[in-house]
Design a protein. Structure first.
Ligand code: UD1
Length: 430
């Protein structure tokens, strides 16, 4: 099993390219199921989750073709991939495929909307708390679907073969449920209104792509989406927006090492809250024509409390990385996780570096220590894993991160990007 070895102490300096967003790419790929025409995505990151989702789509009959590198694209550029679901050959998404990645459950929306029937295994994914699918199912029921659960599978049927528009009000913001109901509504008969919709930029990115495919959606980027169903959608070409979580992760890594890095292609507006928090910790954030520059030159890291929230709040997907930064602050910071119940698994691993963290329920109190010491640690989930890399970059001596398949799910060429900015980091294979 691959591991990462790093030796801490180097300040990150230079330029680091930001990839396309994983959390936008996955629903965009799934949207290809809505049409018999070709959907071409550019700026697609090179990630294990993208490969896994391709397998799932192929199983439903989607033709996937990787297009050659375009002129002028650097080695760090994204991929251009076409998805063509001329015919849906199977409306079942089996356990073996869905259990590997939670987002693959989302195929239920397009399959049901286009074929009138879907049978999808209940999902797996990161072990960050019970992640139910009740909002998805209630949302689809509001669109007329008949739903039953049988032997670990959700069986969904649209009476008469077509969903109809309806009113969906989510009790709590859910990114995935918003994606699914929005996709399903594009082909329903009549109008759908989604209230308390997720406003995460990846939802807006999907909505814009759906509009390019011929969908009628208004209220994009707000918490009320109105979708006028159409009879069919066509093909489109769409560029995936930059990854705000990757941006925030490398911004924190730069702050952690006291470095100075231009995050090329990053957009500040996609993570204004997190970057504002980082500025309060003593990091300088500047927008430049090519991206966002992050620098911390000699300042202490000030402790700043945060609470995770749905967009535009501080993202839960940056909580672990931020906690790593706070382990070196000049005081005590309180971090409150409000989105997931069990998202402090990195705490025990950060403690191996000598971090001082106390957890009580959904709150973690992090008191900065004068030094972290390199350790052998284990990646537990996608974002938690990268918090260990961040700690290792600032720790004295060698760190080994085990089980890095979690990192490969969500971070495009992490070692190469960090090494390109001066980190001493390598992948040990086998
Ligand atoms: C997406 C992101 C993930 C991010 C999360 C929150 C992708 C691929 N994943 O996950 O990286 O951490 O948003 O920003 O985009 N919930 C229910 N019932 C449901 C659905 C959700 O109770 O039917 C709860 C969840 O348990 C959680 C909260 O709602 O407490 C938010 O989850 P949700 O936004 O749905 O997360 P995902 O879409 O799975």
């Amino acid at each position: 099993m691959d591991r990462i070895r790093l030796v801490g102490g180097n300040r990150l300096r230079g330029e680091l390219p930001i990839s396309g967003a994983k959390n936008a790419t996955l629903p965009l790929m799934i949207a290809s199921l809505l049409t018999d025409q070709r959907l071409t995505l550019s700026n697609v990151p090179r990630l294990a989750d993208v490969v896994q989702l391709q397998r799932i789509l192929v199983n439903h009959g989607v033709g996937v073709s990787l297009e050659g590198r375009r002129r002028g694209e650097t080695g760090m550029g994204g991929q251009r991939i076409s998805f063509h679901a001329a015919d849906i050959v199977d409306t079942t998404a089996p356990y073996e495929l869905v259990s590997k990645m939670r987002a693959s459950f989302w195929v239920i929306g397009p399959l049901l909307a286009r074929e009138g029937v879907a049978r999808v295994s209940l999902p797996g994914g990161c072990a960050i708390g019970t992640r139910p699918v009740d909002f998805y199912l209630k949302g689809l029921e509001a669109l007329g679907a008949e739903i039953s659960i049988d032997a670990g599978y959700v069986q969904a049927l649209a009476p008469g073969g077509r969903l109809r528009g309806g009113l969906v009000r989510f009790p709590k913001v859910s990114v995935g449920a918003t994606h699914v109901v929005m996709m399903a509504a594009t082909l329903a008969q009549g109008q759908t209104r989604i209230e308390n919709a997720a406003r995460e930029p990846e939802v807006g990115d999907l909505a814009r792509c759906l509009v390019a495919m011929g969908a009628k959606i208004t209220g994009i980027d707000t918490d009320i989406l109105t979708i006028e169903g159409v009879d069919r959608l066509g093909g489109a070409t769409h560029e995936v927006l930059p990854d705000r979580i990757e941006t925030g992760t490398y911004a924190i890594a730069t702050a952690m090492t006291g470095g100075d890095v231009l995050l090329r292609g990053a957009r500040r507006d996609l993570l204004a809250t997190a970057l504002d928090v980082l500025a309060l910790t003593g990091t300088t954030i500047t927008e430049e024509p090519g991206g966002v520059r992050v620098a911390r030159n000699g300042n202490a890291i000030h402790p700043v409390d945060v609470e995770t929230e749905a967009f535009p709040g501080f993202p839960t997907d940056l909580q672990a990385q931020y906690m790593a930064l706070m382990t070196r602050s000049s005081g005590t910071a309180n971090i409150r996780e409000t989105i997931f119940e069990n998202r402090f698994m990195h705490v025990a691993e950060l403690a191996r570096f000598g971090a001082d963290i106390r957890v009580e329920g959904q709150n973690a109190s992090v008191t900065g220590v004068s030094e972290l010491i390199g350790a052998e640690v284990m990646a537990t989930d996608l974002r938690a894993s990268v918090s260990l890399v961040i700690a290792g970059l600032a720790a004295r001596g060698e760190t080994i991160v085990n089980r890095i398949y979690h990192l490969d799910r969500g971070f495009d060429r992490l070692e190469a990007k960090l090494a390109g900015c001066g980190a001493e980091i390598e992948r040990l294979t086998g």
